[in-house]
Design a protein around this ligand. Structure first.
Ligand SMILES: *Cc1c(COP(=O)(O)O)cnc(C)c1O
Length: 362
């Protein structure tokens, strides 16, 4: 066979591979349960009405889905009081984020985001060919918006603001975010990634959709994967003005959002009461877990998401291994810390016990 291989884009070299949260370990009969607290998934099953609509949609799997997601787009447009032409759907909000980069940034351009933040940003930025400009979080694990604005150059094309931030759970508040947006040039796209916005209880955290209304360079990303519990179906969306929304329609993978996903998303939007109930329970559980950890002596940054962050530094992997041994899988970022999803009470209790034991040995 020839030694030559097809030429691929050099940008792909050295791309960090996305590490999905480890699955929960297989459980031997009679052994204690194992829990996955590593991917910020919703512990609850799909909302009422979702299974029925997915099963019904399964009868048309021989057909392509509605390419423009008419039904879902209309629902979203109504729900958020925005024109349908300002809504764009995609294969999860990561899919939409990738489309945004495709539309806005390429070789020679710069993309700014906080670090540490969502793991997908470096990967999709590098694929785009643009240069990543990572701006460290402050000492309290929050986006340093002043430093991010200072990092803007005439090559900057896109800035991600992850609010709440994954993996720290921390938020930026209205006044500081508005001041930042005032400083960013109008021709730079600011993407506010609100994957966890349903879990926010701090009244000073702005709704990105309100900021978008007055600012043509703001795009808001939302997903059905977290609060809505549809991670397995891959559906997310953006709200943005033209021409950004139009660019998202151009860069979409044709028929990317399956009919099952479209129907499930619509049914989920219609189960608002149940959604709010579940989110409320998870928020209460978040308070319980964070309070318990602090009582054990841990420093836990204020989290507004369905997960929390422990900066364990060099002990990160050891802590993650201790959790796994007890049947809870958390998400380690080696040398930095662990992110732990707030989930069902039994899982959280198991995690808290492990954390308490680990603390005593520290
Ligand atoms: C989970 C997550 C997403 C959404 O992922 P999907 O592709 O919609 O499943 C987006 N942004 C952040 C910060 C996330 O944590």
């Amino acid at each position: 066979m020839s030694e030559t291989h097809p030429r691929l884009r050099p940008e792909l070299e050295g791309i960090p591979t996305y590490k999905p949260g480890k699955p929960a370990a297989a459980v031997a009969p009679g052994a204690p349960a194992a829990y996955k607290l590593s991917s910020n998934e919703n512990p609850y099953p799909p909302l009422p009405g979702v299974m029925e609509s997915v099963v019904a949609a399964a009868g048309t799997l021989n057909r392509y889905p509605d390419m423009v997601c008419t039904h879902l787009m209309n629902e979203l447009s109504e729900r958020f009081a925005v024109p349908v032409s300002h809504v764009a759907t995609g294969t999860g909000s990561v899919g939409v984020a990738q489309q945004l980069l495709q539309a806005a940034a390429g070789a020679g351009d710069e993309v700014i985001y906080a670090w540490r933040s969502f793991e997908a940003y470096p990967i999709i930025t590098q694929i785009s060919g643009a240069r990543a400009v990572q701006v460290p979080l402050t000492s309290t694990e929050v986006h340093d918006l002043d430093a991010m604005a200072d990092a803007v150059t005439d090559r900057t094309r896109l800035i991600f603001v992850c609010n709440p931030n994954n993996p720290t759970g921390t938020v930026v508040r209205r006044a500081e975010l508005e001041r930042f947006l005032d400083r960013v040039p109008d021709d730079v796209l600011v993407v506010i990634d609100e994957a966890y916005c349903e879990f926010i209880r701090d009244p000073d955290v702005p709704d990105g959709i309100e900021l978008y209304r007055e600012r043509p360079n703001v795009c808001v990303l939302r997903t059905f994967s977290k609060a809505y519990g549809l991670a397995g179906l891959r559906v997310g969306f953006a709200i943005a003005h033209e021409p950004v929304a139009a660019a998202l329609r151009k860069t979409a993978v044709p028929f990317g959002v399956s009919q099952l996903a479209q129907e499930a998303a619509v049914a989920s939007l219609r189960a608002e009461d149940e959604l709010l109930g579940r989110v409320g329970l998870l928020v209460d559980e978040r308070t319980r877990v964070v309070d318990a950890l602090r009582a054990q002596g841990w420093t836990v940054p204020e989290t507004q998401a369905n997960f929390l962050w422990l900066r364990l530094g060099e002990r990160t992997n050891e802590f993650a291994a201790a959790c796994e041994e007890r049947g809870v899988v958390v998400r380690p970022f080696s040398g930095e810390g662990v992110r732990v999803t707030v989930a069902e009470t039994e899982a959280d209790d198991l995690f808290l016990q492990t954390a308490a034991e680990f603390r005593k040995k520290m």
